[in-house]
Design a protein around this ligand. Structure first.
Ligand SMILES: Nc1ncnc2c1ncn2[C@@H]1O[C@H](COP(=O)(O)OP(=O)(O)OP(=O)(O)O)[C@@H](O)[C@H]1O
Length: 337
């Protein structure tokens, strides 16, 4: 902290370093729950699944590709372990089950059920298991690992998909709070959807004040979440934070690297906080089109009150520029073609 203060001699900064374990994923069902979707198959038993492959690892868990024996369908099964923390998670999770029940949109990755106590066939069992729609094309993170940079056409499609997803979520009073490349998944049709509502919060009435500003992935976190007191101690409505994160993702897709710190700089907490809260504005490379440059500029306005809104950005010239291009465009980058 002293280091951050030294680096920013004049501006006051009040930062609480978040606990390392703060990437929390919590929806809980004491027994299996089904999604509210009318298209949702009935999934009642974890024993009906057969593990086919590991799709990836995240904080606290593993995602498997699984086969649902009664229907022959393929799903992604996310197994999270909370160990001794499970009681705390259960308490917090009860309030959030509503999120899963209410989501039914082709802009977000469907969750077909949540189970407690794991699945013996899978790695000795986990504490919470989420049966999710399988996204054959993997994540935007995987895509960037393979291709580093994407075309403006592809980036525009990504921007539009994420904005449509955010528009849906925000209309349901849900702030995602963890928009980042590994939470943006692509299906075999090239459609990108928003995943992972583990740290989402329902934003309603007084809940606004109770948002835990320090959850989520720090690198994509907005300045007002890191240092809310700078804006008079009033935390934003949260929706603007999702727009900031989108701006960082879009810039990363164009530059091919995490854009807010210098190449080679270690992305530790202090460096990130300094860059997000105090760095002069970031400019897109001049090789980017004027529309893309302006789009990113509107997302990365440091004062959340002046930042572009989801509605504004949905009709931004960059979002609409390649509207005629089919989403399959993204598939040329994906491994599932
Ligand atoms: N529904 C899904 N379909 C296909 N692959 C998935 C699905 N969900 C996750 N994955 C893969 O598994 C990886 C790990 O996902 P997970 O949500 O556990 O962690 P993460 O988002 O990478 O990190 P964090 O735990 O910090 O959120 C993803 O990067 C993605 O490649």
């Amino acid at each position: 902290m002293t280091l951050v203060r030294k680096r920013k001699e004049k501006q006051a900064l009040r930062i609480t370093v978040p606990p390392v374990s703060s990437s929390w994923h919590g929806f809980l069902s004491p027994s299996p729950i089904s999604s509210s979707s009318s298209n949702s198959p009935t999934i009642t038993n974890l024993a009906d699944f057969e593990k086919l492959a590991v799709l990836g690892h995240g904080n606290g868990g593993t995602v498997y590709k699984v086969f649902h024996k009664p229907t022959g369908a393929i799903y992604a099964l996310k197994v999270l372990r909370f160990g001794e923390d499970i009681e705390r998670v259960q308490q917090q999770s009860l309030n959030e089950m509503g999120i899963l029940r209410r989501l039914d949109s082709d802009c977000v990755v469907m969750c077909h059920g949540v189970f407690e106590n794991g699945f013996a066939d899978i790695d000795g069992g986990g504490d919470l298991c989420f049966v999710m729609e399988y996204m054959e094309g993997g994540s935007l993170y995987d895509l960037l690992q393979r291709h580093h940079r994407l075309s403006e056409e592809a980036i525009s499609g990504i921007a539009r998909s994420v904005l449509e997803g955010l528009h849906y979520l925000h209309s349901m009073h849900i702030v995602h709070r963890d928009i980042k490349p590994s939470n943006l998944l692509i299906n075999r049709k090239g459609k990108m959807k928003i995943a992972d509502f583990g740290i989402s919060r329902l934003v309603a009435g007084s809940d606004k004040q109770q948002c835990d500003s320090y959850m989520g992935t720090y690198a994509y976190m907005s300045p007002e979440r890191i240092d809310p007191e700078r804006w008079g101690g009033v935390y934003s409505d949260g929706f603007a934070g999702d727009v900031w994160s989108l701006g960082v993702v879009i810039m990363e897709c164009f530059t091919g690297r995490f854009p807010l710190i210098n190449p080679g700089e270690k992305p530790d907490w202090i460096t990130l906080m300094y860059a997000i809260c105090f760095e002069e504005t970031w400019e897109m490379p001049e090789t980017a089109s004027a529309e893309l440059q302006n789009f990113v500029r509107r997302c990365l306005v440091r004062d959340w009150r002046s930042r572009g809104t989801v509605e504004e950005l949905l009709s931004h010239p960059f979002s609409t520029k390649f509207q005629h291009v089919a989403p399959q465009n993204l598939l040329c980058y994906s491994s599932c073609v």
